[in-house]
Design a protein around this ligand. Structure first.
Ligand code: FAD
Length: 299
């Protein structure tokens, strides 16, 4: 099942598409727990699709494809493999993409990837690609894939010319053939509205799906936002600092915050919600229940 068809069906029903992002567990025990516990409980909520990340430096290439294949087989849930340009020549990317096709994986999130930790600038692999739009073009050329790309409501942190130039680069990815966009996490919906309106004015019509992080606590937000460059509004930072050390209180606050953020996004016409689950069940489930979007028969 191609995700663009899922999105079109939801749009015609006037309902948001709900999706979950997972990362490949690092150990065999983690993987066992993921398939026995985490995944079944999240699938019960009735998501429309899920996606599996691709480790930094291409480190989980095999695992990402294996996980996506297994999720599709065991749960019949449309699934998407993330793929980055890091560490692979074009010939190797072609080989990975053909392997994905052979395994029945036709939804790909086409990304550039980040430079290795400690390095600032992105350097392409020998005979590799420099930007995600080139990977979109390669996938289109090879044919048969549904392609997602990443978007940045605050602008990509590396883009020195600022966020509007970055959004123009995003439009180039869409013009190269991307079917939809999933955004980086953000905490202030004003950033998403400005991003969306800019792209609409530029003629973009593909779904721009907001990525939502269920906040677990101060340390998590601090670490993730340092990595991805997202801004934490002052009021939110202060509240998380006050709650630091109170795990339960922080989590409850995170559920509350995301619920309000999602309500506003849906009221404003967002086509879906993509949850960065971090392979955890509780917060995502609570948020969907609060929104009335959890499937009714889920326990
Ligand atoms: P690009 O679209 O190539 O953009 C990178 C930079 O280049 C931007 O600053 C852009 O403005 C600039 N640029 C683009 N085109 C041009 C041009 N023609 N001329 C000049 N500048 C240009 N990383 C992983 O390693 N694994 C994952 O699984 C993963 N999943 C992600 C999922 C989502 C939803 C998001 C939002 C990010 C994810 N990332 C992942 C992180 C991503 O790889 C990084 O954010 C990376 O730095 C940018 O990737 P991109 O695909 O947006 O790159």
């Amino acid at each position: 099942v191609l995700i663009r068809d899922v999105l079109a069906r939801r749009a015609s029903q006037g309902r948001p598409a709900v999706s979950f992002e997972f990362f490949p567990p690092k150990t065999p025990e983690g993987e066992q727990q993921f398939f026995k516990d985490v995944l079944p409980r999240l699938v019960q909520l009735g998501p429309d699709f899920c996606s599996v990340t691709y480790g930094a430096g291409g480190s989980t290439r095999e695992k990402t494809l294996t996980l996506v294949e297994r999720i599709q087989k065991t749960h019949r849930l449309p699934s998407m493999a993330h793929l980055t340009c890091v560490g692979s020549s074009v010939a190797q990317l072609r080989e990975i993409i053909e392997q994905a096709r052979r395994r029945g994986i036709l939804n790909i999130l086409a990304l550039r990837g980040d430079p290795p930790r400690g390095e600032t600038g992105f350097r392409p692999a020998p005979d590799g690609l420099t930007h995600a739009w080139q990977l979109v073009r390669l996938l289109r050329e090879m044919g048969g894939f549904c392609i997602g790309v990443a978007g940045f409501p605050e602008g990509h942190p590396e883009c020195r010319e600022g966020k509007y130039a970055d959004w123009d680069h995003l439009k180039a990815k869409i013009d190269a053939g991307a079917d939809f966009v999933i955004t980086q996490l953000f905490f202030d919906n004003a950033d998403y509205w400005e991003f969306r309106d800019y792209l609409h004015r530029a003629g973009v019509r593909v779904p721009l799906i907001p990525g939502v992080l269920p906040i677990l606590g101060f340390q998590q937000v601090d670490r993730l936002t340092r990595l991805c460059g997202a801004r934490v509004p002052e009021k939110l930072r202060r509240r998380l600092e006050e709650l630091a050390g109170d795990e339960e209180g922080s989590m409850a606050f995170g559920v509350e915050y995301a619920t309000r953020q999602c309500e506003e996004l849906l009221r404003g016409g967002a086509p879906g919600l993509h949850f960065y689950t971090l392979n955890r069940v509780h917060s995502t489930r609570q948020i969907l229940e609060n929104l009335g979007l959890a499937r009714k028969d889920s326990p």
